[in-house]
Design a protein. Structure first.
Length: 181
């Protein structure tokens, strides 16, 4: 058990170093790669959303038109995610602003869920009202995020850099706690 804790602590320290390095490199005054890393992180998060939530949780429970709409949502978001991840190689992204990508994802999810509400055929239960309200909120926020530039990529880069540094500190603390066990 002691060797396992030391191994986990070493892995925590290595991850802490990587996260700290990423956080420092992302600072706009240090290098210019912050926007590239931001797009890669957004693309990776979109892929996790598409293939964990949409594929595993939503698509398996869907059929008919809702399944087709969910598959279209998955394809569109996958294309956007892949172009975000490969933006440096392709020298182009479909959408380069983080808030526009988030807005599009919210809007598509709200629209698909609205169709789910329309085609809902519950045996004994009705489609919950809170989900209808959530769909309207998703569509409204998605449109607002896509049209307005409420949060710029620069603010998102700084936020992500701070998150990486805080995660680095957390990994150091976890590593120290594992050694003390």
């Amino acid at each position: 058990m002691r060797k396992k804790n030391i191994f986990i602590a070493v892995v925590d320290f290595i991850l802490a170093g990587l996260l700290l390095g990423l956080g420092i490199v992302m600072i706009p005054e240090v290098t210019d790669v912050g926007n590239i890393i931001l797009l890669i992180v957004i693309g990776a998060l979109l892929l996790v959303y598409v293939y964990y939530y949409l594929l595993v949780k939503v698509a398996k429970k869907s059929s008919g038109i809702i399944l087709i709409l969910t598959l279209i949502e998955m394809i569109v978001l996958t294309i956007i995610a892949v172009t975000c991840i490969l933006s440096e190689i392709l020298n182009k992204t479909i959408i380069g602003e983080g808030m526009k990508i988030l807005g599009l994802a919210f809007w598509i999810r709200g629209v698909v869920e609205s169709f789910r509400a329309y085609y809902y055929k519950g045996n004994t239960t009705k489609y919950p009202v809170y989900k209808v309200i959530l769909n309207v909120i998703l569509i409204t926020l998605g449109t607002w995020f896509f049209i307005s530039n409420i949060i710029s990529n620069l603010i998102l880069v700084w936020s992500l850099a701070v998150i990486f540094v805080i995660a680095s500190i957390a990994m150091i603390i976890l590593g120290i706690l594992k050694i003390k066990k």
